[in-house]
Structure formats: structure tokens, C-alpha cells
Design a protein around this ligand. Structure first.
Ligand SMILES: NC(=O)c1ccc[n+]([C@@H]2O[C@H](COP(=O)([O-])OP(=O)(O)OC[C@H]3O[C@@H](n4cnc5c(N)ncnc54)[C@H](O)[C@@H]3O)[C@@H](O)[C@H]2O)c1
Length: 348
């Protein structure tokens, strides 16, 4: 008997949709049935590239006409909630790219729509599938750190303001580096810590460079500084209900020695760093650093796409449920709200 295939459609056919399509196309239990994008040329060329059945410029028409089993939402952040909710209401399971939404209010509506329609909602967090992350998560879960007290998280670019898409538009993205790249480092750290409940946030955001013309030679020059309304640098601190704290720094542009993409956790019995991966503990009266002899060169993005299909088709557990996306979103919201108010805020 022929294997059941998951019929997947796409909303948004830009950069990251190409990665979703590439991985899903190679899976024998998946069929790419349709894709939509407001830019006809983008969706048509993606459909040709990946042999996708039908191209649409209106995702609502696509959902109605194709009735996909699952939808991958790869639009700018401002459309994550309406597109995901429309797909869930049309009876499809959803994988939505990070961040979950523009804010937690929208994110909650997405979770409610999934529950109401009894469909699965997965957040496209891939860093938790990285073997460096699972190496540390395993040690935390086995109790090697004791109680995790503190995490220091970095997603810092010295000069890396995206010069494509709408990443400088607060109205379409919800924010800048904190919501765009801070979210990656935050999601993996929070996952390693056991996904504790955030209860308070404080933070500051600064815009000093992205909204001005710059002649500095960099990897991605000539971003659209005239429409740039997001922060260049954001810093924040989160308190959790178990007493742990987390400090996060994220930048598109910061005057630092070099880019930094890492987390360090400190516990009562041990600590760990993500890159290079290492565990720090006391053994036989000596302070010992442990590094893995070998880690698989994990394809975290491929693992996230495979896990989504396994979760939907075979009911296997997901490491990235929508609820985790919502907790991360509440932390991001809290940092932005605190920065606007100039004081610590409560996370509900
Ligand atoms: N997981 C990751 O590593 C990763 C990496 C990059 C981007 N992302 C996320 O993916 C999302 C998209 O980012 P991108 O880099 O692909 O941006 P992009 O600008 O390349 O693509 C977005 C696409 O959405 C389309 N679009 C806009 N409105 C639409 C609508 N109403 N219906 C259908 N399509 C519409 C745009 O025309 C564009 O083609 C963002 O939320 C971003 O945060 C995730």
C-alpha cells in the first residue's frame, strides 16, 4: 500500500521558505501541493524550482482551493498570526517561522485557534535541534548542573543590518535584532534551562546607526535606512518563577570586537557553554572542563522540518510546541515593554 503523504502548502515564498521547501521536497512522505506569495514572480519561480503543484498570490484562495494537510508560514512577522490562524481554521496543521508573532496577544490567539480546531501548531525554532544544544540539555536534565541559576545569552552582530526584506520595519516585524536574532539564542537557552516560566523583564533598546546613511564597508551594505524604525542594540534581563535569571544581548550593529552567538549557563553544581561546547564542574576536588570528543555535525534545520512531519503524520512528540513559542514571545514583549517604560515589568 502506498505510504500516506503529507500535503504541504506554503504562505510566503521568500528566503526561508526556500529552505523549508528544499528539506520537505526530499521527504518521501511529503507532497508539496501549493505555495503563495503576494509577489507573483517569487512564488512562480519557487514552484518551478521545487516542482510545487500550484502557485497563488492570495493565500486565502490557496487554502480554500487546495485544502492542504499542513501549512508552512514563512511571511514577515506581522503576518504570522493572521496566516497561521487562517490555515488552522482551514483545518491544516501549521509550522510557523520564528518569532511566533508580533507579540504574545497575537501568539495566544494562534494557540487558541490550534486548540479550537484540534490542529498542531509548531514554532520553527531550529537551534534546539543542534547537537551542541542537546549535549548541554542532556547534562542539565541528568542533574549535572544542579539548579541552573543564571544564563548569559548573546546574539550580537558588529555590523549586520539586513539589506533585504522588511527587517528594519517595526510595524511589520515587531522589532529589530531582539525579536529577529535574539529569539534564536533565547529559544535554545530557555529550552536547555527546562522552559521555566518567565515572570518579569527589564531591558533597554538603542537606535543610533541603522536609521542613518552609512559608508562603512560591511557584509550587507545599503540597507534601507529611511524606513529603519527598529533598535540596533537591545539588552534585557528575565526573571523566572524558579528564581533563575537570564541576561540577553542582541544587536544588528554594535561596537564590539566581533560577532557573538552563544550562551553560558551557571548552576549550583556545574555550568556550560554552547560554542565551543563545554561543561564546567568540580570532580575529585579539581575544577574540570569537559568537551565532547565528537558531536554529529547536526543539520538542525533539517531536523526541525523532519520533526514537524513526524509530529503531524505519526504523532511523534515535538521539541518546539507553539506554547514554547509563546513563552519566548512573552520574554521579548517584556524586554520591549520595559525599555519603553524605563522600568521592570511583570510577565503574565
Ligand atoms: N529560522 C530561521 O533561521 C529564519 C531565517 C530567516 C528568516 N526567518 C523568519 O522567516 C520569516 C520570513 O523571512 P525571510 O527571510 O524569508 O523574508 P523574505 O522577505 O525573504 O520573505 C518573506 C516573503 O513573504 C512574502 N509575503 C509578504 N506578504 C505576504 C502575504 N500576504 N502572503 C504571502 N506571502 C507574503 C514576501 O513577498 C516575501 O517573499 C520571518 O518571520 C523571519 O523571522 C527564520
Amino acid at each position: 500500500m502506498a505510504k500516506k503523504k503529507l500535503r504541504v502548502a506554503f504562505i510566503g515564498a521568500g528566503g526561508i521558505a526556500g529552505a523549508h521547501m528544499r528539506y520537505l521536497k526530499d521527504m518521501e512522505d511529503v507532497e508539496l501541493v501549493a505555495a503563495s506569495d503576494v509577489v507573483a514572480q517569487s512564488v512562480e519561480s519557487r514552484c518551478e524550482e521545487f516542482g510545487i503543484g500550484e502557485a497563488f498570490t492570495d493565500y486565502k484562495k490557496m487554502l480554500k482551493s487546495v485544502k492542504p494537510d499542513a501549512v508552512s508560514v514563512c511571511t514577515p512577522n506581522g503576518l504570522h498570526a493572521p496566516c497561521s490562524i487562517a490555515a488552522l481554521n482551514a483545518g491544516a496543521h501549521v509550522i510557523v517561522e520564528k518569532p511566533l508573532a508580533m507579540n504574545a496577544r497575537e501568539g495566544q490567539k494562534m494557540l487558541d485557534a490550534a486548540k479550537k480546531n484540534r490542529r498542531k501548531l509548531v514554532i520553527g525554532f531550529q537551534y534546539r535541534y543542534d547537537s551542541k544544544t542537546t549535549f548541554i540539555k542532556n547534562a542539565v536534565d541528568k542533574g549535572q548542573m544542579g539548579k541552573v541559576l543564571y544564563a548569559r545569552v548573546h546574539a550580537l552582530r558588529r555590523r549586520g543590518i539586513p539589506n533585504w526584506g522588511v527587517f528594519g520595519r517595526k510595524d511589520l516585524q515587531g522589532g529589530g535584532p531582539m525579536i529577529d536574532i535574539g529569539v534564536h539564542a533565547l529559544e535554545m537557552t530557555h529550552f536547555v534551562m527546562g522552559s521555566p516560566k518567565p515572570v518579569a523583564a527589564s531591558g533597554s533598546t538603542y537606535t543610533y546607526l541603522g536609521d542613518k546613511k552609512s559608508d562603512v564597508v560591511s557584509q550587507w551594505p545599503n540597507w534601507d535606512y529611511k524606513t529603519y524604525t527598529v533598535e540596533d542594540l537591545a539588552v534585557g534581563m528575565i526573571r523566572f518563577d524558579n528564581g533563575a535569571t537570564l541576561h540577553l544581548e542582541a544587536s544588528f550593529a554594535a561596537h564590539i570586537e566581533k560577532n557573538a552567538w552563544n550562551f553560558t549557563i551557571m548552576g549550583e553544581k556545574g555550568g556550560a557553554s554552547w560554542d565551543p561546547p563545554g561543561l564546567f564542574s568540580d570532580e575529585n576536588n579539581y575544577m574540570v572542563n569537559t568537551e565532547p570528543n565528537w558531536l554529529p555535525n547536526s543539520d538542525a534545520f533539517g531536523a526541525k522540518m523532519r520533526n514537524f512531519v513526524d509530529h503531524v503524520l505519526y504523532n511523534r512528540p515535538t521539541m518546539a510546541p507553539g506554547a514554547h513559542g509563546l513563552m519566548v514571545q512573552k520574554m521579548l514583549d517584556g524586554i520591549y515593554e520595559s525599555a519603553a517604560k524605563g522600568k521592570e515589568v511583570t510577565i503574565k
